[in-house]
Design a protein around this ligand. Sequence first.
Ligand code: DAH
Length: 339
Amino acid sequence: MKEIEKVLESFHSEIEKVTSLDELNALRVKYLGKKGIVTSLMKNLKNLPNEEKPIFGQRVNKLKNTIEELLSRKREEVNLKERKLRYEKERLDVTLPGARKTIGHRHLISKVLQEIEDVFLTLGYEIVEGPEVETEYYNFDALNTPEWHPARDSHDTFYISTEDKTLLRSHTSPVQVRTMKKTKPPIKIIAPGKVYRKDYDVTHLPMFHQVEGLVVGKDISVVHLKGTLDYFAKNIFGPERKTRLVPSFFPFTEPSFEVYVSCGICGGKGCKSCGFTGWLEIMGAGMVDPNVFEEVGYDPEEWTGFAFGMGVERIAMLKYNVDDIRLFPRNDIRFLEQF
Ligand code: DAH
Protein backbone atom coordinates (compact mmCIF):
# COMPACT_ATOMS: atom_id res chain seq x y z
CA MET A 1 0.00 0.00 0.00
CA LYS A 2 2.92 2.26 0.78
CA GLU A 3 4.19 1.56 -2.67
CA ILE A 4 0.93 2.84 -4.20
CA GLU A 5 1.16 6.07 -2.18
CA LYS A 6 4.70 6.61 -3.34
CA VAL A 7 3.79 6.09 -6.99
CA LEU A 8 1.01 8.66 -6.74
CA GLU A 9 3.31 11.13 -5.04
CA SER A 10 6.02 10.81 -7.63
CA PHE A 11 3.40 11.07 -10.39
CA HIS A 12 2.12 14.31 -8.90
CA SER A 13 5.55 15.86 -8.78
CA GLU A 14 6.34 14.74 -12.33
CA ILE A 15 3.13 15.98 -13.93
CA GLU A 16 3.75 19.39 -12.34
CA LYS A 17 6.77 19.84 -14.56
CA VAL A 18 5.08 18.82 -17.81
CA THR A 19 4.79 21.68 -20.34
CA SER A 20 4.16 19.97 -23.68
CA LEU A 21 1.99 17.26 -25.18
CA ASP A 22 5.08 15.22 -26.00
CA GLU A 23 6.20 15.22 -22.40
CA LEU A 24 2.68 14.34 -21.32
CA ASN A 25 2.62 11.33 -23.64
CA ALA A 26 5.97 10.16 -22.35
CA LEU A 27 4.65 10.40 -18.82
CA ARG A 28 1.55 8.38 -19.69
CA VAL A 29 3.70 5.62 -21.15
CA LYS A 30 6.00 5.70 -18.12
CA TYR A 31 3.09 5.07 -15.71
CA LEU A 32 0.29 3.37 -17.66
CA GLY A 33 2.21 1.74 -20.54
CA LYS A 34 2.58 -2.06 -20.88
CA LYS A 35 5.87 -1.90 -18.98
CA GLY A 36 4.75 1.11 -16.97
CA ILE A 37 5.03 1.65 -13.22
CA VAL A 38 1.32 1.06 -12.47
CA THR A 39 1.18 -2.04 -14.63
CA SER A 40 4.15 -3.53 -12.84
CA LEU A 41 2.51 -2.81 -9.44
CA MET A 42 -0.22 -5.22 -10.50
CA LYS A 43 2.39 -7.92 -10.89
CA ASN A 44 2.96 -7.77 -7.09
CA LEU A 45 -0.57 -9.07 -6.62
CA LYS A 46 0.43 -12.71 -6.83
CA ASN A 47 2.88 -12.33 -3.92
CA LEU A 48 0.16 -11.14 -1.49
CA PRO A 49 -1.93 -13.22 0.87
CA ASN A 50 -5.33 -14.01 -0.60
CA GLU A 51 -7.35 -11.75 1.72
CA GLU A 52 -5.31 -8.67 0.79
CA LYS A 53 -5.54 -9.28 -2.94
CA PRO A 54 -8.94 -7.63 -3.61
CA ILE A 55 -8.09 -4.49 -1.61
CA PHE A 56 -4.74 -4.11 -3.27
CA GLY A 57 -6.35 -4.65 -6.69
CA GLN A 58 -8.95 -1.99 -5.96
CA ARG A 59 -6.28 0.47 -4.85
CA VAL A 60 -4.19 -0.04 -7.93
CA ASN A 61 -7.27 0.42 -10.10
CA LYS A 62 -8.12 3.59 -8.27
CA LEU A 63 -4.58 4.79 -8.71
CA LYS A 64 -4.86 4.07 -12.42
CA ASN A 65 -8.10 6.02 -12.66
CA THR A 66 -6.66 8.94 -10.74
CA ILE A 67 -3.63 9.07 -12.99
CA GLU A 68 -5.82 8.90 -16.08
CA GLU A 69 -7.98 11.68 -14.75
CA LEU A 70 -4.94 13.86 -13.98
CA LEU A 71 -3.42 13.15 -17.36
CA SER A 72 -6.54 14.15 -19.24
CA ARG A 73 -6.92 17.33 -17.20
CA LYS A 74 -3.30 18.20 -17.86
CA ARG A 75 -3.83 17.43 -21.53
CA GLU A 76 -6.54 20.08 -21.79
CA GLU A 77 -4.38 22.57 -19.98
CA VAL A 78 -1.34 21.98 -22.21
CA ASN A 79 -3.50 21.97 -25.34
CA LEU A 80 -4.91 25.34 -24.45
CA LYS A 81 -1.48 26.75 -23.73
CA GLU A 82 -0.04 25.46 -27.01
CA ARG A 83 -2.96 26.85 -28.96
CA LYS A 84 -2.58 30.24 -27.32
CA LEU A 85 1.10 30.23 -28.20
CA ARG A 86 0.36 29.35 -31.82
CA TYR A 87 -2.28 32.05 -32.10
CA GLU A 88 0.20 34.55 -30.72
CA LYS A 89 2.73 33.51 -33.34
CA GLU A 90 0.23 33.64 -36.20
CA ARG A 91 -1.25 36.90 -35.09
CA LEU A 92 -2.31 39.16 -37.91
CA ASP A 93 -2.80 42.87 -37.51
CA VAL A 94 -5.55 43.64 -40.00
CA THR A 95 -5.23 47.35 -39.30
CA LEU A 96 -1.67 47.50 -40.70
CA PRO A 97 -1.45 49.18 -44.12
CA GLY A 98 -1.01 46.58 -46.91
CA ALA A 99 2.28 45.97 -48.68
CA ARG A 100 1.88 47.93 -51.88
CA LYS A 101 2.47 46.01 -55.11
CA THR A 102 4.55 48.06 -57.51
CA ILE A 103 3.15 48.26 -60.99
CA GLY A 104 5.39 48.65 -64.00
CA HIS A 105 5.86 51.62 -66.27
CA ARG A 106 5.34 52.03 -69.96
CA HIS A 107 8.59 51.26 -71.77
CA LEU A 108 10.37 54.18 -73.44
CA ILE A 109 10.42 52.28 -76.74
CA SER A 110 6.62 51.90 -76.62
CA LYS A 111 6.31 55.61 -75.91
CA VAL A 112 8.59 56.70 -78.74
CA LEU A 113 6.99 54.23 -81.15
CA GLN A 114 3.62 55.77 -80.30
CA GLU A 115 5.02 59.26 -80.93
CA ILE A 116 6.39 58.21 -84.32
CA GLU A 117 3.13 56.50 -85.30
CA ASP A 118 1.13 59.56 -84.26
CA VAL A 119 3.08 61.82 -86.62
CA PHE A 120 2.38 59.59 -89.60
CA LEU A 121 -1.22 58.83 -88.62
CA THR A 122 -1.80 62.61 -88.68
CA LEU A 123 -0.52 62.58 -92.26
CA GLY A 124 -2.96 59.83 -93.23
CA TYR A 125 -0.61 56.84 -93.23
CA GLU A 126 -1.85 53.35 -92.45
CA ILE A 127 -0.03 51.02 -90.06
CA VAL A 128 0.89 47.62 -91.51
CA GLU A 129 2.71 44.70 -89.91
CA GLY A 130 4.69 41.79 -91.28
CA PRO A 131 6.28 38.57 -90.03
CA GLU A 132 9.52 38.57 -88.03
CA VAL A 133 10.47 35.19 -89.48
CA GLU A 134 10.99 36.11 -93.11
CA THR A 135 12.28 34.49 -96.25
CA GLU A 136 15.43 35.51 -98.06
CA TYR A 137 13.21 36.47 -100.94
CA TYR A 138 11.31 39.22 -99.07
CA ASN A 139 14.23 40.31 -96.90
CA PHE A 140 16.79 40.57 -99.74
CA ASP A 141 15.92 39.35 -103.27
CA ALA A 142 12.75 41.34 -103.84
CA LEU A 143 14.50 44.39 -102.41
CA ASN A 144 17.07 44.30 -105.18
CA THR A 145 19.80 43.20 -102.79
CA PRO A 146 22.54 41.39 -104.73
CA GLU A 147 23.87 37.97 -103.70
CA TRP A 148 27.20 39.51 -102.69
CA HIS A 149 25.73 42.20 -100.42
CA PRO A 150 27.41 42.16 -96.97
CA ALA A 151 24.05 42.31 -95.16
CA ARG A 152 23.36 38.78 -96.45
CA ASP A 153 26.43 37.48 -94.66
CA SER A 154 25.64 35.03 -91.88
CA HIS A 155 27.83 37.21 -89.66
CA ASP A 156 25.16 39.90 -89.87
CA THR A 157 21.89 38.03 -90.33
CA PHE A 158 20.33 35.30 -88.20
CA TYR A 159 19.51 32.50 -90.61
CA ILE A 160 16.96 29.94 -89.48
CA SER A 161 17.09 27.41 -92.27
CA THR A 162 19.22 27.54 -95.40
CA GLU A 163 17.04 24.79 -96.86
CA ASP A 164 13.80 26.77 -97.02
CA LYS A 165 15.72 30.08 -96.94
CA THR A 166 14.17 31.48 -93.77
CA LEU A 167 15.73 34.07 -91.48
CA LEU A 168 14.91 36.63 -88.79
CA ARG A 169 14.21 39.78 -90.76
CA SER A 170 17.11 42.21 -90.58
CA HIS A 171 14.92 45.22 -91.39
CA THR A 172 11.25 46.12 -91.82
CA SER A 173 11.67 46.76 -95.55
CA PRO A 174 10.21 43.33 -96.54
CA VAL A 175 6.83 44.71 -95.40
CA GLN A 176 7.06 47.16 -98.34
CA VAL A 177 7.23 44.26 -100.75
CA ARG A 178 4.46 42.26 -99.05
CA THR A 179 2.19 45.32 -99.07
CA MET A 180 2.82 46.23 -102.72
CA LYS A 181 2.22 42.64 -103.83
CA LYS A 182 -1.14 42.66 -102.06
CA THR A 183 -2.33 46.20 -102.87
CA LYS A 184 -2.62 48.48 -105.86
CA PRO A 185 -1.17 52.00 -105.58
CA PRO A 186 -1.55 54.64 -104.27
CA ILE A 187 0.02 53.48 -101.00
CA LYS A 188 0.88 55.34 -97.80
CA ILE A 189 2.01 53.04 -95.03
CA ILE A 190 4.33 52.73 -92.08
CA ALA A 191 5.45 49.33 -90.83
CA PRO A 192 6.71 49.24 -87.24
CA GLY A 193 8.24 46.13 -85.70
CA LYS A 194 11.12 44.11 -84.34
CA VAL A 195 14.22 43.36 -86.43
CA TYR A 196 17.28 41.21 -85.77
CA ARG A 197 21.01 41.53 -86.44
CA LYS A 198 24.17 39.99 -85.04
CA ASP A 199 25.32 43.08 -83.21
CA TYR A 200 25.82 44.07 -79.59
CA ASP A 201 27.47 47.20 -78.17
CA VAL A 202 26.48 50.63 -76.75
CA THR A 203 24.60 51.54 -79.92
CA HIS A 204 23.55 48.12 -81.28
CA LEU A 205 21.27 45.33 -80.06
CA PRO A 206 20.64 41.90 -81.62
CA MET A 207 16.94 42.73 -81.48
CA PHE A 208 15.67 46.25 -81.99
CA HIS A 209 12.76 48.15 -83.51
CA GLN A 210 12.36 49.88 -86.82
CA VAL A 211 9.67 51.90 -88.51
CA GLU A 212 9.52 51.54 -92.25
CA GLY A 213 7.70 54.04 -94.43
CA LEU A 214 6.46 53.74 -98.01
CA VAL A 215 4.59 56.16 -100.25
CA VAL A 216 3.69 55.22 -103.83
CA GLY A 217 1.70 57.44 -106.16
CA LYS A 218 1.71 59.50 -109.32
CA ASP A 219 4.57 62.02 -109.55
CA ILE A 220 5.89 61.40 -106.06
CA SER A 221 9.32 63.06 -105.91
CA VAL A 222 12.24 63.79 -103.60
CA VAL A 223 10.42 66.99 -102.65
CA HIS A 224 7.67 64.93 -101.01
CA LEU A 225 10.26 62.81 -99.26
CA LYS A 226 12.12 65.84 -97.93
CA GLY A 227 8.94 67.65 -96.87
CA THR A 228 7.58 64.58 -95.08
CA LEU A 229 10.77 63.76 -93.21
CA ASP A 230 11.36 67.39 -92.25
CA TYR A 231 7.80 67.51 -90.87
CA PHE A 232 8.49 64.28 -89.01
CA ALA A 233 11.76 65.53 -87.48
CA LYS A 234 10.25 68.85 -86.36
CA ASN A 235 7.35 67.01 -84.71
CA ILE A 236 9.55 64.53 -82.91
CA PHE A 237 12.53 66.71 -81.95
CA GLY A 238 11.16 70.26 -81.97
CA PRO A 239 10.13 72.95 -84.50
CA GLU A 240 13.54 74.66 -84.39
CA ARG A 241 15.34 71.59 -85.77
CA LYS A 242 16.54 71.44 -89.37
CA THR A 243 16.98 68.41 -91.61
CA ARG A 244 19.37 67.58 -94.39
CA LEU A 245 19.68 64.80 -96.96
CA VAL A 246 23.09 63.32 -97.69
CA PRO A 247 23.61 61.01 -100.70
CA SER A 248 24.02 57.37 -99.73
CA PHE A 249 23.31 53.90 -101.06
CA PHE A 250 20.62 51.29 -100.44
CA PRO A 251 19.89 48.53 -102.96
CA PHE A 252 16.15 49.22 -102.87
CA THR A 253 16.23 52.99 -103.46
CA GLU A 254 17.69 55.20 -106.14
CA PRO A 255 18.73 57.85 -105.31
CA SER A 256 19.33 56.98 -101.64
CA PHE A 257 19.91 59.30 -98.70
CA GLU A 258 20.90 59.42 -95.12
CA VAL A 259 18.64 61.82 -93.27
CA TYR A 260 20.19 64.10 -90.68
CA VAL A 261 18.64 66.37 -88.05
CA SER A 262 20.46 69.37 -86.58
CA CYS A 263 21.94 68.70 -83.15
CA GLY A 264 19.64 69.77 -80.32
CA ILE A 265 22.44 70.32 -77.86
CA CYS A 266 24.59 72.82 -79.82
CA GLY A 267 21.90 73.97 -82.24
CA GLY A 268 24.05 72.88 -85.19
CA LYS A 269 27.29 74.62 -84.20
CA GLY A 270 29.07 71.37 -83.41
CA CYS A 271 29.69 69.73 -80.04
CA LYS A 272 30.74 66.44 -78.47
CA SER A 273 27.22 64.96 -78.86
CA CYS A 274 27.19 65.35 -82.64
CA GLY A 275 30.86 64.59 -83.17
CA PHE A 276 31.44 68.32 -83.86
CA THR A 277 29.46 68.12 -87.12
CA GLY A 278 26.26 69.84 -85.96
CA TRP A 279 24.21 66.96 -87.42
CA LEU A 280 22.80 63.62 -86.22
CA GLU A 281 21.80 60.78 -88.54
CA ILE A 282 18.21 59.64 -87.91
CA MET A 283 17.33 57.30 -90.78
CA GLY A 284 17.85 55.97 -94.29
CA ALA A 285 15.57 56.92 -97.16
CA GLY A 286 15.29 57.20 -100.91
CA MET A 287 13.16 56.93 -104.03
CA VAL A 288 11.89 53.38 -104.59
CA ASP A 289 14.16 51.63 -107.09
CA PRO A 290 12.42 50.74 -110.40
CA ASN A 291 13.69 47.15 -109.96
CA VAL A 292 11.60 46.83 -106.77
CA PHE A 293 8.51 48.12 -108.57
CA GLU A 294 9.05 45.60 -111.36
CA GLU A 295 9.43 42.77 -108.87
CA VAL A 296 6.02 43.53 -107.31
CA GLY A 297 4.34 44.10 -110.67
CA TYR A 298 4.08 47.91 -110.65
CA ASP A 299 4.92 49.81 -113.84
CA PRO A 300 7.89 52.08 -112.93
CA GLU A 301 6.91 54.41 -115.79
CA GLU A 302 3.54 54.98 -114.17
CA TRP A 303 4.36 54.96 -110.46
CA THR A 304 7.02 56.55 -108.32
CA GLY A 305 7.50 56.53 -104.58
CA PHE A 306 9.72 57.15 -101.64
CA ALA A 307 10.64 54.99 -98.68
CA PHE A 308 12.42 55.40 -95.40
CA GLY A 309 13.49 53.33 -92.44
CA MET A 310 14.48 54.36 -88.95
CA GLY A 311 15.58 52.68 -85.73
CA VAL A 312 13.21 53.40 -82.85
CA GLU A 313 15.95 52.89 -80.22
CA ARG A 314 18.12 55.43 -82.04
CA ILE A 315 15.33 58.02 -82.19
CA ALA A 316 14.63 57.42 -78.48
CA MET A 317 18.33 57.82 -77.58
CA LEU A 318 18.62 61.08 -79.49
CA LYS A 319 15.37 62.53 -78.20
CA TYR A 320 15.76 61.53 -74.55
CA ASN A 321 19.58 61.61 -74.26
CA VAL A 322 20.03 57.91 -73.50
CA ASP A 323 23.70 57.06 -73.95
CA ASP A 324 23.61 53.24 -73.80
CA ILE A 325 21.15 51.25 -75.93
CA ARG A 326 21.49 48.29 -73.54
CA LEU A 327 19.40 50.19 -70.98
CA PHE A 328 16.32 49.36 -73.08
CA PRO A 329 16.25 45.56 -72.73
CA ARG A 330 17.44 45.80 -69.11
CA ASN A 331 13.93 46.92 -68.12
CA ASP A 332 15.03 48.60 -64.87
CA ILE A 333 11.98 50.38 -63.48
CA ARG A 334 14.20 53.23 -62.18
CA PHE A 335 15.25 53.93 -65.75
CA LEU A 336 11.79 53.54 -67.28
CA GLU A 337 10.09 55.76 -64.70
CA GLN A 338 12.10 58.75 -65.88
CA PHE A 339 10.09 58.98 -69.08
N1 DAH B 1 16.22 49.01 -94.41
C1 DAH B 1 17.26 49.97 -94.12
C2 DAH B 1 18.08 49.48 -92.94
O1 DAH B 1 17.61 48.69 -92.20
C3 DAH B 1 16.68 51.31 -93.79
C4 DAH B 1 16.05 51.93 -94.98
C5 DAH B 1 16.80 52.74 -95.80
C6 DAH B 1 14.72 51.69 -95.29
C7 DAH B 1 16.24 53.31 -96.92
C8 DAH B 1 14.16 52.26 -96.40
C9 DAH B 1 14.94 53.07 -97.20
O2 DAH B 1 12.90 52.05 -96.76
O3 DAH B 1 14.39 53.65 -98.29
O4 DAH B 1 19.17 49.89 -92.76
